[in-house]
Design a protein around this ligand. Structure first.
Ligand code: SF4
Length: 510
């Protein structure tokens, strides 16, 4: 069979989902190919852009096209991660070159693909993409590559791992081509986005005839079962990265992505899709995680370990603090009293932890309580100070426009950031979206979807008029203009954001 990571997603680390599936197949002796079509597409686009003969419309475009190879190489070189300004220039220019390479209604970046009419939130549009693959900007690449793979290897099953909206149009274009060329091929669709679709209570499969199997949740055992391999004793398989081009990603070395759990152990935040989708929390035993991580590190020599958990649980944090990985690592953690303990944070730093991603969401206690975040704002303050003392960078996530927030509370969040400007290394600002199946949707929704039948969010009417327009105005005119905030925002790596931020954190603190 063939496992495919479709374009477009950030090309900085290998797809963990495919590595997990590949591990499960290998351990059951199933012959398969793993195709990172996302990375190959980017290389194809860069190659095509360099050989283009069109006259660049301006000096910036001319420079961006001329420097594609140089900027591509610099993204893989540690030296550029010592200067955020040089890094930004290289990424923005490379992105611009990629952007200029497609038209036909598509807008491409290093991390995203849009169409001015077709929306990944509408099943009819995805079916349209499947029926007209020729209109996809990467058609020449994937036609040749997929046909060759299926024909030469005699593959009878193809699985797509669809995790992001930015991958949906290409996934369906590729699936449509395969369905047309090989009517008897078994096509499977799984991944995070498919899981979100299928967890919606109103879900009805609009893709029958095109896709043979849609898989929700962790896919390893379901895939084996589709392949006729039942009675598998193992529930968790060690990921296998050996079939992926580990040296080709846009990072200064191999990033090892690893999931120690699926779902979330807290699972209470009112705005959270994990909770809305009712995804169960399934952690791997801590001993198994430690052994697997050490074995994978020995085998693949990563420069960074990326823990993918929605929130690394305290048991694992303690295990890591006591047993260093000897490789820098980062991931999401919940703000708790554990992070107020300087000895613990120092041990965590010694274990390799260079950055923690922290979902603070708001600087106002009442808002935090209303969204059932389970965070005490004083604990958050002390945790940030302790992490800073220990030399661990904090990538803080804020959420504006929740039902409990008004301008007053948003300003308290601003005050919190100003008061902690030296402790917050990076900031992510998001505007609240109401999950369509979330607990609050029934209270505030207006009944209309944002855009289509596959939308994961519903429109809602804010109880105090603190709607998206007002929130955006506040963010643009007040929040981001504050000197303390803008200084922090300047640190953020464009396009790659938290995926590359730990490299800057390593450089700052070592
Ligand atoms: S901690 Fe994060 S993943 Fe867990 S419920 Fe809250 S928002 Fe969701």
């Amino acid at each position: 069979m063939i496992l495919i990571h479709p374009p477009v997603a950030k090309p900085c680390e290998p797809p963990a989902g495919l590595a997990g599936l590949s591990g499960a197949l290998k351990q059951n002796n199933v012959k398969h190919e793993v195709l990172d079509a996302n990375l190959e597409t980017l290389l194809y686009v860069m190659d095509r852009s360099q050989s283009q003969t069109f006259i660049p419309p301006d000096k910036w475009t001319a420079r961006a096209l001329r420097n594609i190879s140089k900027n591509h190489a610099s993204m893989k070189d540690w030296r550029i991660y010592h200067s955020i300004d040089r890094y930004k220039r290289a990424v923005i220019d490379l992105n611009h070159a990629v952007e200029m390479s497609v038209d036909n209604g598509f807008t491409l970046s290093l991390a995203d693909l849009h169409h001015h009419e077709l929306s990944p939130l509408r099943s009819n549009d995805l079916i349209m993409a499947a029926e007209h693959p020729l209109q996809n900007p990467f058609y020449p690449y994937f036609r040749e590559r997929l046909l060759e793979l299926v024909q030469k290897r005699g593959s009878t099953v193809v699985g797509f791992s669809l995790n992001f909206l930015s991958q949906a149009l290409c996934t369906f274009a590729m699936a449509g081509l395969l369905r047309k060329e090989f009517p008897h091929l078994t096509i499977i669709l799984g991944g995070g986005l498919v899981t979100s679709w299928m967890r919606n209570l109103n879900w009805k499969n609009p893709f029958s005839g095109l896709v043979d199997h849609l898989v929700a949740g962790p896919g390893e055992n379901q895939l084996l079962s589709i392949l006729g391999i039942n009675n598998v004793q193992e529930e968790n398989f060690t990921p296998d990265y050996s079939s992926l081009p580990l040296n080709d990603y846009l990072s200064p070395g191999f990033i090892l992505p690893y999931s120690a759990s699926s779902g979330c152990y807290w699972n209470k935040c009112s705005f959270c899709p994990e909770r809305a989708e009712d995804n169960p929390y399934i952690p791997l035993p801590v001993e198994k995680v430690a052994n697997e991580l050490n074995a994978l590190i020995a085998k693949t020599s990563p420069v960074m370990v990326h823990l993918l958990d929605n929130s690394v649980n305290e048991k694992l944090l303690k295990r890591l603090a006591g047993n260093p990985l000897n490789v820098p690592w980062y991931g999401f953690a919940r703000i708790s009293e554990l992070l107020m303990d300087i000895d613990f944070c120092m041990a965590l730093r010694k274990s390799g932890c260079v950055m923690l991603k922290l979902g603070l969401e708001s600087g106002d206690q009442r808002v935090l309580d209303q969204m059932q975040k389970g965070i005490n704002i004083e604990t958050a303050s002390l945790a940030l100070k302790t992490l800073r003392r220990a030399g661990i960078a904090a990538y803080v996530y804020l959420l504006f426009g929740t039902p409990a927030e008004t301008l007053r509370e948003a300003r308290k969040t601003l005050e919190f950031v100003i008061d902690h400007k030296d402790e917050i290394s990076f900031l992510n600002l998001a505007v609240f979206n109401m999950p369509v199946c979330g607990p609050e949707a029934g209270k505030f929704e207006t009944g209309s979807f944002y855009e289509g039948d596959l939308s994961l969010y519903t429109d809602f009417s804010h109880p105090n008029g603190w709607d998206r327009k007002n929130v955006r105005r506040f963010l643009d005119n007040e929040f981001k203009r504050n000197k303390a905030v803008s200084e922090i925002l300047k640190n953020d790596p464009p396009i790659f954001t938290s995926n590359h931020a730990p490299f800057f954190a390593v450089n700052h603190r070592s």
